[in-house]
Design a protein around this ligand. Structure first.
Ligand code: CKG
Length: 317
């Protein structure tokens, strides 16, 4: 395989399905029409791009090699690529189709989510009704359960990183700060590659409003930190704002460790009960994903993965 060139294999078949010919199609920058910039990170830029041959639209993450090496971010890029490769076949997670590189950059060809961030939808609507909250939170939960099953902790789950595709389905993204657990297995039960069990983290990750209390009190980060962030998002879908928000990060952290939040008037009581069981200080007492799925807020909800990702998006009220 030529260094750095991603390849697509295109086969031609006769009427009986027999392969007539095989073409190796190398992919590179020249195969894409680049469009609008979707996001700019500290060492990457994400740009919308259309494949000139297939007219398929992607989001291409362009990483500057020199900057990555200079800023010692190689580990983060490796983690992101390995994480995306582990999570490839789930409808609720941005898929990495392939990568290629040239002398200055790495290119990650990712799913394009046409409807942008969930945060923009919440801001536009002010808040969502229960049907929409159930729809979005169930898809986030299904994607989160899959992530954890594959031994991935996202660690920075927030409405900015929850995107919406052309059918308004959830697409979770930005795994640059993810943590890969070692003693997990893949969908066939095979042991996944081992990474240091870095439950205890020294480098601070996450976004203040969604950071779990255990990270702040004793720097421990297990899967429960994603469940905590899910609880904050669940609250925000209805309330329009996250439960812990103050004038600065320090005051926000103080509210988190004191569990200082309250429900706005009209917050549905079934959902209040669920949020209260997720925003629990002790991660061992916090509801886990199976218990959240069994909560009355999801009564009658069809958790079958095929149906969950095919169901029609409820009308946005
Ligand atoms: N960091 C990333 O990997 C990434 N960043 N973006 C852009 C936005 C992500 C959310 N926060 C702001 C930047 C993307 C990706 C993955 C792949 C990806 C796929 N589709 C979109 N689509 C967008 C459409 C409209 C506005 C923003 C993003 N964006 C991305």
């Amino acid at each position: 395989k030529e260094k750095g060139a991603a390849r697509l294999v295109k086969t031609e078949k006769d009427e009986n399905g027999n392969v007539i010919s095989t073409h190796i199609i190398k992919r590179g920058v020249e195969d894409f029409e680049f469009g609008k910039t979707l996001g700019i990170g500290s060492y990457s830029t994400v740009v919308g791009a259309t494949d000139k041959q297939t007219q398929q639209t992607y989001a291409i993450k362009i990483l500057d090699k020199r900057h990555i090496i200079k800023e010692k971010k190689v580990k983060y890029v490796e983690i992101e690529k390995n994480t995306l490769s582990r999570l490839r076949d789930h409808p609720g997670i941005v898929s990495l189709h392939y990568t290629f590189q040239d002398e200055s950059s790495l290119y990650f060809v990712l799913d394009y989510a046409a409807n942008g961030e969930l945060l923009s939808l919440i801001k536009k609507m002010g808040s969502l009704d229960e049907a929409c909250t159930q729809y979005y939170s169930a898809q986030i939960l299904d994607a989160l359960e899959f992530m954890h099953f594959r031994g991935v902790i996202h660690r920075d789950l927030k409405p900015e990183n929850i995107l919406l595709d052309e059918k308004m389905r959830v697409k979770i993204t930005d795994f640059g700060t993810a943590c890969l657990l070692s003693n997990e297995v893949d969908s066939q039960g095979n042991k996944l590659p081992t990474y240091p069990q870095n439950h205890r983290t020294n480098s601070f990750v996450g976004t203040a409003e969604y950071v779990s209390p255990e990270l702040l009190s004793d720097k421990v980060q297990g899967k429960e930190c994603d469940v905590w962030a899910f609880g904050c998002i669940l609250y925000q879908l209805i309330a329009g704002m996250p439960p812990f928000k103050a004038a600065n990060e320090y005051l926000t952290f103080k509210k988190i460790v004191k569990l200082d939040y309250r429900f706005p008037p009209g917050f549905p009581s079934r959902l209040k009960d669920l949020v209260r069981r997720v925003l629990v200080f002790d991660p061992r007492q916090r509801y886990d994903i199976p218990r959240i799925k069994a909560h009355p807020f999801y009564d009658g909800f069809d958790w079958n993965r095929k149906n969950l990702w095919k169901q029609k998006h409820p009308r946005i009220m």
